[in-house]
Design a protein around this ligand. Structure first.
Ligand SMILES: [Fe+2]
Length: 280
């Protein structure tokens, strides 16, 4: 289980990596299925290179559901979100194929905007994502990169000058947002949007097969190029305290409404409480 020191690291730095009870069998089966489902992708329109980072969302396959259903992840989320009641928001897999001679690049962004009060309330008014490493991830194996403490820097800025969300935001495309300053809000923002602050340099999130990293998606983070010789495999599960309401894109909200009833059908009955009340 996650320790108080690890919780503190997550809150201050924005990320922490811990061990899990996943078995070698579960990891092997998940990796084999990801190999089948996620070959190199076709080039994007106008490009020649294949897509090296490929994925699938809204997982229902038994090998994946056995990981989603593991009570360990729910218990970790309860601790980090300061609540006895968490629900799943979404699931996803990503495989990043190797490009040993490519330039190492990072697609930096934030996914969610919080104020400091959102990250201090009990329960936390936050979505949290678990990145489970199906195989080892080293500093060259397309690690998730993040800038430590940037979640707190941006939240402070939002509290002082709530302008972060105003650029290029049409709230008609969102649910649960009163205005463009509303937070917490799931909302992707890119370097042009960031406040002019001194952020730390990005560092890699590395881990062994079977470990999980929790990364605050309000921190500046991003996928990187796989300049190693082996693929990277990540397995994502998103959680939220049951009664917390988040602003989010209509497309994401509708995706959850369609996925989560199907997930309930394949989860063991004693795990049905992980499905939110607001899905039919
Ligand atoms: Fe992200």
């Amino acid at each position: 289980m996650i320790t108080n020191t690890q919780i503190n690291t997550f809150e201050q730095e924005g990320a922490v990596t811990i061990d899990t009870p996943l078995t070698d069998d579960q990891l092997t089966q998940a990796a084999q299925l990801m190999d089948t489902l996620l070959p190199l992708g076709p080039p994007r329109p106008g490009e020649k290179k294949p897509r090296y980072r490929v994925g699938e969302n809204s997982l229902l396959q038994p090998s994946f559901v056995s990981i989603i259903a593991n009570p360990f992840f729910e218990e970790v989320m309860k601790k980090l979100l300061y609540t006895d009641n968490v629900v799943i928001t979404n699931t996803a897999i990503r495989k990043t194929h190797p490009q040993p001679n490519a330039k190492f690049e990072i697609g930096e962004h934030t996914d969610i905007t919080y104020g400091l009060a959102d990250m201090a309330s009990k329960p936390r008014r936050m979505d949290l994502g678990l990145f489970i490493w199906i195989k080892d991830v080293g500093p060259k194996t397309a690690p998730l990169m993040y800038r430590p403490k940037s979640h707190l820097q941006i939240a402070q800025w939002m509290d002082d000058r709530p302008t972060y969300l105003t650029k290029s935001t049409d709230i008609n495309n969102y649910v649960n947002m009163q205005d463009t300053h509303s937070r917490p809000a799931g909302h992707a923002k890119h370097p042009d949007d960031w406040p002019d602050l001194e952020f730390e340099d990005p560092i890699p999130v590395v881990g062994h097969a079977g470990q999980v990293s929790v990364v605050n998606q309000a921190a500046i983070h991003g996928a990187s190029t796989n300049v190693d010789t082996k693929p990277r495999y990540s397995f994502f599960i998103g959680f939220r305290p049951r009664d917390v309401v988040m602003g989010e894109a209509k497309s994401r909200f509708n995706g959850r409404q369609s996925y989560l009833p199907k997930l309930r059908e394949v989860l063991p009955p004693d795990r049905h409480h992980l499905i939110p009340d607001d899905v039919q």
